[in-house]
Design a protein around this ligand. Structure first.
Ligand code: NAP
Length: 297
């Protein structure tokens, strides 16, 4: 980008707050919008302008970054009379970092083309601590030249950019990555429950994992406290992984493919969500496993 970027960040949730802070630390000019205005107060104190609507924010900026929950939240900030598209954003850049479906990202690419907005389809791999440390992996789809031009902005929030190809390849890659995260989390949770049923301390699982050259994985370390202390403050809320698993299953089904393991994980997560755990960390599935999947015999 030849003109210095004036970044408008939309969505100051668990991930967005940390990512916007890292943009500020990187010296970028950042303005913000969040539906619940209270979350913008800390940014206003740091001198950031706050948009009363997404459209008002977009009028102050030449780059908009969205980091909101899901497609409905994306529509709420992009569409309608107070949305980004109604603000005369043509010629500028939209970087979507929220996880949406491949179909939604494909439509958004077309919508941006019609509005003459440059679009980067850039969800992220990594959770709250990686967002805070700016070590996210940025899964970028879009025109390679446009992604390259935005690289400095992206790298203020993460460790590296993996270029996936034209949009919606970033979202496609993100769903493939999250399939692995869902599998790893359910494997950990089931393994800990099995350990309890077998009368061994689940701590031993983590000791053995730590010693293993093959299985010594950062993600397992990140979830050790959740699993051992049965404490589930949200880093990656269950409701978001449930949404993503449903995207995976739908996109696969649309291409004639079943994903039987992901189907089972989706139904476990759906049960945990019905138990009222949607806002807790994904590892909370352990609680539903222990309570609802125990045969009384
Ligand atoms: P979060 O803490 O739940 O924050 C969601 C954000 O979306 C909030 O700013 C919320 O605004 C906004 N939002 C929701 N519905 C809205 C609507 N109808 N209109 C306007 N704004 C709306 O979520 P998060 O964990 O930061 O995740 C954000 C996205 O990144 C999701 O797509 C998630 O799947 C993805 N992701 C998350 C992680 C993770 O580990 N947490 C990792 C990678 C990717 P309010 O504050 O007003 O509610």
């Amino acid at each position: 980008m030849s003109i210095p970027p004036r970044i408008g960040f939309i969505g100051l949730g668990i991930m967005g707050r940390a990512m916007a802070e890292n943009l500020l630390k990187g010296g970028f000019n950042v303005s913000v919008y969040n539906r619940d205005r209270a979350k913008t107060a800390a940014f206003a104190r740091k001198g950031c302008a706050v948009g009363v609507t997404p459209g008002e924010l977009a009028k102050m900026c030449n780059v908009i970054i969205t980091m909101v929950s899901d497609p409905a939240a994306m529509d709420a900030v992009l569409e309608g009379p107070t949305g980004v598209f109604a603000s005369g954003f043509d010629g500028n850049t939209l970087i979507n970092m929220s996880t949406v479906s491949v179909a939604y990202a494909e439509n958004l690419k077309k919508r941006c083309f019609m509005e003459r907005v440059r679009f980067i389809d850039c969800p992220v791999s990594g959770s709250k601590p990686l967002a805070e440390n700016a070590t996210l992996i940025l899964l970028a789809g879009g025109e390679e030249k446009v992604v390259k031009e935005a690289e400095k902005i992206l790298l203020a929030m993460g460790k590296s950019v993996v270029y996936a190809g034209p949009a919606p390849a970033g979202t496609a890659l993100k769903l493939c990555m999250n399939l692995i995260v869902a599998g790893l989390t359910s494997a950990l949770a089931e393994s800990a429950i099995l350990a309890e049923r077998l009368g061994i301390d689940p701590k031993l699982i983590f000791s053995a994992l730590n010693e293993s050259p093959a299985l010594n994985c950062g993600y397992f370390k990140m979830k050790e406290h959740n699993i051992l202390d049965k404490d589930f403050p949200p880093a990656f809320p269950l409701k978001h992984m449930l949404k993503d698993a449903r995207f995976m299953l739908k996109e696969a089904a649309g291409r004639g493919q079943r994903l039987p393991v992901t189907e089972a994980i989706e139904s476990l997560m759906a049960a945990a969500s019905r138990n009222g755990d949607g806002d807790r960390d994904l590892s909370v599935i352990m609680k539903t496993l222990a309570n609802d999947y125990k045969k009384s015999n």
